[in-house]
Each structure stands twice: as structure tokens, then as C-alpha cells.
Write a protein that binds this ligand. Structure first.
Ligand SMILES: [Ca+2]
Ligand SMILES: [Ca+2]
Length: 173
């Protein structure tokens, strides 16, 4: 009898420490397992396609504020779940990145990219600030000042643009 209760306690303790991911966190985990190898090594277009297909859940080839908000909250859930497994650098990038998106808000983010004013962000609108897709992986392109129109990006972010500068600046350290 004593050993049974001990085992029961062990079982409860194990359950408590190995937190189950939320649905959102599990979705991001699955997406990362598929896309990280692509995003590290393949041309940026392939990584962008993977991210686009994951986000565009109704597959109408345009992103709505609600599709972006679903990803935003799922990433925040994933980060809360996985935080301990990340390096301090990854933690700081995600903290700043998630904070930046929260501060701007998805509605304003969509409005700033929706050049034709139809209420959605299509692919060419989403990629407007990336001036050079040249076969390099996305990670390399994002930190290359010549490949991304940082002035245009800063304009979208307005008063929050110094935060973006700090985020990109961290890459070189
Ligand atoms: Ca869509
Ligand atoms: Ca649009």
C-alpha cells in the first residue's frame, strides 16, 4: 500500500514538471520542427513559404489580422512553455520581438503593410521591405542592411523603431 502511494506521488510529480504544451504551443513546436531546417539552409523563399502557409490558415493567399493574431498568441504560448530550453540570446530576441508585436498590435501591423487598403496583407505587401531575395537563407538576409529596407521598416514601427534597431543589432554580438 505504501509503495503504491509513493508511485502515485511520483506520477503526479512527473506530470507537474513535464508541463503539457497548449494547443498553440504545440502548433508552433510542430511548425518549427518542419521549418527550422529549411530556414537555416534553404533559400529564403522556401522559409517564407513555410511561414506563409502556416499563418494563412484559410489558404486564401492573404493574411488577416485574426490569422496574424492567432500566430502571435501561439508564439507567446510556445515561448512560455519552452523558455527554459532556449539560450539567453534567443530569450531576449523573443521577448523583444513579442513585446514589439504586442505594442504595435496586429491591426496596426496589417494597416501599415496593406498598401492597397483591402484589409488584408498579400504576399507582395508582406515582402515589401525585403529588397533582395537572392537565394541566401532568410537569417542571412534579415541581418544584411542592403537586403532589407530598414528605413521603410522603421517608418512602419514609428516611435517603436529604436527597439527594432536594438533587435537587429544584437545579431552581431
Ligand atoms: Ca488568409
Ligand atoms: Ca492588401
Amino acid at each position: 500500500m505504501r509503495s503504491v502511494s509513493f508511485l502515485t506521488l511520483m506520477f503526479i510529480a512527473t506530470q507537474a514538471s513535464a508541463e503539457a504544451p497548449t494547443l498553440g504551443a504545440a502548433a508552433i513546436e510542430g511548425f518549427l520542427q518542419e521549418s527550422v531546417p529549411i530556414c537555416i539552409a534553404a533559400p529564403a523563399e522556401d522559409c517564407i513559404d513555410a511561414g506563409w502557409n502556416h499563418t494563412d490558415t484559410d489558404a486564401d493567399n492573404r493574411l488577416s489580422a485574426s490569422e496574424l493574431d492567432t500566430v502571435r498568441s501561439a508564439v507567446a504560448e510556445w515561448f512560455a512553455w519552452r523558455r527554459e530550453d532556449l539560450t539567453r540570446y534567443e530569450q531576449s530576441v523573443l521577448t523583444v520581438g513579442i513585446g514589439l508585436i504586442n505594442a504595435i498590435g496586429v491591426e496596426r501591423l496589417v494597416a501599415s503593410y496593406d498598401t492597397n487598403g483591402d484589409g488584408w496583407v498579400d504576399r507582395s505587401e508582406a515582402l515589401a521591405d525585403i529588397v533582395q531575395l537572392d537565394g541566401r537563407p532568410l537569417g542571412e538576409i534579415i541581418v544584411d542592411p542592403n537586403a532589407v529596407d530598414r528605413a521603410a521598416l522603421a517608418q512602419r514601427l514609428g516611435a517603436l523603431s529604436p527597439i527594432l534597431g536594438r533587435l537587429l543589432g544584437q545579431e552581431s554580438r
